[in-house]
Design a binder for this molecule. Structure first.
Ligand code: ZN
Ligand code: ZN
Length: 265
């Protein structure tokens, strides 16, 4: 079926998708950068996770890598959209095609499977021989800002870009649910790299807070890259003994940043 895709249509879809991904990134990152880093700290009702300000030039570097990532993310997604037009994917538009309960179940399945893929590929990328080539770019953000959401080396972007389009070929998902997941993915990436925890302490200590990944959790990965590898859920980290958060809750009460400084990967 791949050979049936009209090349011009694929090119138009690819360029359009690149623009949408880059624009969505710019809007969400720009908004949270202004809200969290662009205003006086006393006006920000959130907890700053790292001392200091982003290093000069780091925002520009994060944006450059993120724009390259937008191109790379768009490529397999454009192929899937073209295949979808030809009826060759598991993406459906008729809500009646599956029971209504399947919509939230499919969203959960996509998030969990993506989280599983991310956790294991992320751990592999921290192998000392792979890290310098593939993943070091992402860890150059200290502290990360909302612009670091897609700040990956192209090799890492390729690894990240393939999974959801491939899943969309086999696991049924409503087109609206797919758009919801993609937007949630961008929002989570921006917030988890924002350098601030915007969620209240009571929420972080609740059941969802103890099982879902937020900025405080992922920020610890940027400080100590041997922990907290997950994307959405803390489950794989907990199951594999790499979750680290409980003893970090103290700083949430004092509104002071955690004392630990960066460690080598
Ligand atoms: Zn990160
Ligand atoms: Zn990492």
């Amino acid at each position: 079926m791949l050979s049936q895709i009209p090349p011009l249509s694929l090119l138009v879809t690819f360029l359009g998708l690149t623009a949408i991904i880059a624009l969505r990134y710019a809007l969400i990152s720009g908004l949270f950068y202004w809200l969290l880093w662009g205003r006086p700290p006393e006006k920000v009702h959130a907890i700053k996770l790292m001392h200091g300000q982003p290093a000069p030039g780091s925002v520009g570097r994060e944006i450059r890598w993120s724009l390259w990532s937008s191109f790379i993310y768009a490529a397999p997604a454009a192929v899937v959209i073209e295949l979808w037009k030809l009826g060759g994917t598991a993406v459906y538009t008729d809500l009646a095609a599956f029971p209504v309960w399947y919509v939230p179940v499919s969203i959960f399945l996509y998030l969990f499977l993506h989280d599983t893929y991310f956790y294991w590929t992320h751990r592999i990328m921290h192998h000392r021989k792979i890290f310098p080539v593939v993943h070091r770019v992402h860890h150059e953000s200290r502290p990360p800002t909302p612009w670091a959401a897609f700040s990956f080396h192209p090799w890492e972007s390729v690894v990240g870009a393939l999974f959801l389009p491939l899943l969309a070929l086999v696991l049924p998902i409503h087109v609206g649910a797919a758009l919801f997941i993609l937007t949630l993915m961008t929002l989570a990436a921006v917030l988890n790299h924002s350098g601030w925890e915007i969620l209240p302490t009571w929420w972080l200590k609740s059941w969802p807070g103890r099982n879902l990944i937020t900025a405080a959790h992922h920020d610890l990965h940027h400080k100590n890259p041997r922990t907290n590898y997950g994307l959405y859920f803390r489950w794989w980290d907990k199951w594999m003994g790499t979750d680290r958060m409980e003893n970090e809750y103290a700083f949430l009460n004092t509104n002071a940043a955690p004392s630990e400084e960066g460690a080598a990967p």
